[in-house]
Design a binder for this molecule. Sequence first.
Ligand code: NAP
Length: 536
Amino acid sequence: MTDQHNYDVVIVGAGVCGIYALYRMRELGVRVTVLEAGDDLGGTWYWNRYPGARFDSESYSYGYSFSKELLEEWNWTEQFSPQPETLKYLNYVADKFELRDFMQFGCRVVEARFHESPTHWSIELEDGRILRTKFLLTAIGMLSAATLPTIEGREEFQGESFHTYYWPKEPVSLKNKRVGVIGTGATAVQLIPEVAKEASQLVVFQRRPNWCAPLHNARIEPETMTEIKASYDRIFARCARTPGGFIHGPDRREYDDLSKEEKIAFWEHLYDSPGFGKWLANFVKVLLDPEANAEYSDFIADKIRQRVKDPELAEKLIPKDHGFGTRRVPLETHYYESFNQDNVQLVDLNETPIERITRRGIQTTDQEYEFDIIVYATGFDAITGAFDRIQIRGRNGQTLKEKWEEGPSTYLGLQTSGFPNLAILAGPQSASVGTNFPRGIEEAVDWVTGLLKYAFDQNLDLIEASQEAETEWTELVKDSYNMLLLKDVKSWFTGYNSNVEGHDTTRYLVYFGGAPDYRQRLTDIAANDYKGFLFK
Ligand code: NAP
C-alpha cells in the first residue's frame, strides 16, 4: 500500500454535495480524495443533459452560500438556471477553490469494506485499484440510480433510445424525428415542450398524470443580479426559516377563517408567481386535510382545463388518484399547451397498456407506434438506489443493501450502526433529501465536518451511531409522515418504484419534520458531545 492509496477521508461523488464536502475537508487539512464515476464533476448537473433540464429552485437560492466572494462573483442569468449554466457554475466553484486536483474521474467504486483492526475502510475501484481510508463519506446523490422500465423488447429497438439521465453528450437532433417519451414526472414535464418544438411527431406514454404548475422562468438582468447580491443574507436567512429550505414558506393563516373568494384570489396569485409557491407557500391545511386539498386540486384542475383545448384530453392530464402536492410537483413551461399542438399525442396507458418495445417502436394493446427515438423518462431508484449499487460492507461483511432491505434505518440520515466511520451525507432519512437540496447539503456537510474534527482533535479511532439512537430516529422519520397526505400516495417520497423489485411497499426515506427542526436537533446533539454516537 503506497501513500498514494492511503487517505484520512475518501468522498464518493463529485456532485453538489461531494464538491462542498471536499472544500470542507481541505479546510480541515486532512488527506482527502474524491472518487467520481463520471468523466467530470457535476453529478446531477453533469448527467442530466436532456433538453429543458433546469432548476425548479430559484437560482439564487440554490447556489452555495458558504463564500461571500463566490456569491459576489457569480452571475446567474436566469431565475431558474438551465443545466449548462449550472454545470458551468459547479466547475467555476471547483476551479476557484482549487478542488479539481483532489478529484479522480472515471472511478467507479465497486466495493467498500470496513475493517476492525486497524480501523479503516478499503475501497475497491472498477479498475482494480484498492484505496484505504479512515473515514468514508458518500455523496452519491438521491436521484442518481436511473431506472429503465421493465418492458420486454427494449434491446430490439433499432432507433436511438436512452434514459433522460443518460442523455448523450453529443447533440441529439430531434428535428423532424418521430419521438416517443415514456413517463410524465418532473423530468418528462421539462423535456416534452422542448421535444414538441422540434419533432415531427411526439407521442407521450402516460401511466399516471401529475399535478404540474407553471415555473414562470425569466432572465435575470444585470441590475436585478446586483440587487440579488445585496440581498443574499436575507435570502439565505429566509431559506433557513422555511420547512423546505426554499424562499417559499407556508401561509399560516387559518384556512377556515377565509372566504372562498379570498382563497381563490390567493391561489390565483400563487399560480401567476414563479417557482414552488403553489405548493410550498400554500395554506398549511392544503397538504394535511383531504377537503382543503380537494378544493385546491379542483382549482388547479380548472387551470389545466383552461389550457388544454380538447376537453377529453384535459381530463386525461388531470390526476384522479391523488391530490395536489402529495407527489413531487413538476414545474413546467408550456407543458399543457404542448398537447394542443398537432404533432403531439398522448397515449393513456390505463386504456391501452404497453405490451412490448419492438424493432420499430412501441406496441400497445391498441397499435404499434413507430419511432426514430425513444426516451425513457422513467425516474430513479430514489435515495437508496445509489447505495444498493455499491457493495458497502460493514461489520461481519453485512452489506448496507442487506441491512436496508426492508427500508433504510439510520441515525439522523447521516450514519447507520454496523458501518462505523461511514458518513452518508444528506442520506436516506435526513431532512436534506426533502428540501432545496444545496441548503440541506451545506448543513449536513458542515455538521459532519464538525463531527470529524471532534474525532481528529481527540484522536478518536471510531465513530458509530448507537443502535438505540438509530431505532429512535427511524421511528421519528416514520412519524414525520403521519400528518401528511403524501403518506398514502405511491411516489419516490414513499419509496415506490414499479421497476425495482421489492420497492412496492412503503419505505420511509425522508425526514419530513422540516429543515429548521432538523437543524435544531443537529445543533443540540453536537452540543451534547454528539449524543447517540459511540466513539473509540
Ligand atoms: P419520476 O417522477 O419518478 O417519474 C417517472 C415517470 O415514469 C412517471 O410518470 C412514471 O409513471 C413513469 N414510469 C416509470 N416506469 C414506467 C413504466 N414501466 N411504464 C410507464 N411509465 C412508467 O421521475 P423523474 O420525472 O425523473 O423525476 C424524479 C425526481 O427528479 C423529481 O421528483 C424531482 O425531485 C427530480 N427532478 C428535479 C428537477 C429539477 O429540480 N428541476 C427536474 C426533474 C426531476 P407513474 O407515475 O405511474 O409511476
